[in-house]
Design a protein around this ligand. Structure first.
Ligand SMILES: [Mg+2]
Length: 367
């Protein structure tokens, strides 16, 4: 089955008018929408696969990486030989970097090839990977609001939508405390701060953070590759630590885990190499007594890749990250969303659902 075309498809889906979950809350008031980058891989036998590269501000650069670097290496190759093709792509492109937009581009291609493999076998991807759960627990990943009353509103709305586990992206104590005050003790809270602090600063704030009993503290330190610092923070404070969305290679995941830096490791399939690399992290985490909690702050094929791999390879404690954006449209339509804090694993072949062509038609961005 020969790859005949690799097409990159940028999307810009605006936030719903009046929504509080707009991107200005991230301090990026020029970002009016959630930008995504889909990849559509076509084969000579008519089987079509969909992938996703990490988006937002990186869409334009990842698109160039797909169009100019990745696609020319793939067109004309056998889509069913995923491992040798991905190894060849990685070896030929490694001189241009092992992370960032190029890695996002490679990830999108890999996810699309696995979608094709599932469709060719007429099996859902989780079955191809060994079986797995029919549904998975799902946590609501909230945007950063900073303003305590807005934090309370978003926490209340997420709980009312059926979530019993919420992740905050707050970094100021009043906002963090407001979330716990609103949720009460029965809701599991995770706290993702996106790499703001030195080790000294993190240690100074640790006792305050413990008062909300976070299930984990995510990416507390700058720079993200400070694995020794994470390990020290973890052992000195006893706060469970999560990290991994900014780790790209298997050997760097091994360094993170071997350092004793994390309780929860968070590979991001649309960033770190797709299904081919993500599936290696589950056994690696297990031998280091860590739990895989994939990063999936996106809503296209990357999210489905995280769901299928976790259903097949995760444990009973694995959870899916559900980005709680209030957008004008959803790539897979409104029907695909968590119910009572759980997400069904799509049972169709491959990733199980294709992106809605109407959504692509309405929100395709010309770059
Ligand atoms: Mg994060």
């Amino acid at each position: 089955m020969i790859i005949t075309c690799v097409e990159s498809i940028p999307l810009r889906i605006p936030f719903k008018a009046g929504s509080v979950s707009d991107a200005s809350a991230w301090g990026d008031s020029n970002l009016p929408a959630a930008d995504s980058l889909l990849v559509r891989v076509t084969t000579d036998q008519g089987v079509v696969g969909w992938g996703e590269a990490f988006g937002f501000r990186a869409v334009a650069s990842a698109k160039i990486a797909i169009d100019q670097l990745v696609a020319p290496l793939c067109v004309g190759q056998d889509a069913t030989r995923i491992a040798p093709l991905m190894l060849d792509v990685q070896k030929k492109l490694h001189v241009f970097g092992r992370g960032g937009a190029l890695a996002f581009a490679i990830s999108a291609l890999d996810i699309a090839l696995w979608d094709i493999a599932g469709k060719a076998a007429n099996m859902p991807l989780c079955q191809l990977l060994g079986g797995g759960a029919a549904d998975l627990p799902c946590y609501a990943s909230l945007v950063r609001y900073s303003d305590p009353p807005l934090v309370r509103t978003s926490v209340r709305q997420a709980i009312e939508a059926g979530f019993g586990m919420l992740k905050l992206h707050e970094i100021e104590l009043p906002a963090i405390r407001a979330a716990r005050d609103e949720s009460g003790p029965g809701v599991e809270l995770m706290l993702d701060v996106n790499c703001p602090w030195t080790l000294t600063q993190a240690r100074a704030i640790a006792d305050d953070l413990k008062t909300i009993s976070p299930k984990w503290l995510e990416e507390p330190l700058w720079p993200p590759e400070n694995v020794a610092g994470l390990a020290e923070l973890r052992s000195a404070t006893g706060i469970p630590i999560a990290a991994g969305e900014n780790v790209y290679t298997l050997m760097d995941f091994e360094r993170l885990l071997a350092a004793g830096a994390v309780d929860f490791v968070q590979p991001s399939p649309a960033k770190m190499g797709g299904i081919s690399e993500l599936r290696k992290i589950f056994p690696l985490a297990a031998v280091h007594n860590a739990e895989v909690m994939p990063h999936s702050f996106y809503d296209g094929p990357g999210l489905l890749a995280a769901i299928h791999a976790t259903a097949a390879l995760g444990t009973a404690d694995s959870m899916i990250e559900w980005r709680r954006f209030d957008l004008e449209a959803a790539i897979y339509g409104r029907a695909f969303s968590p119910k009572h804090g759980r997400i069904s694993v799509p049972r169709g072949a491959g990733l199980g659902i294709d992106p809605d062509p109407d959504v692509i038609g309405r929100f395709r961005l010309s770059l």
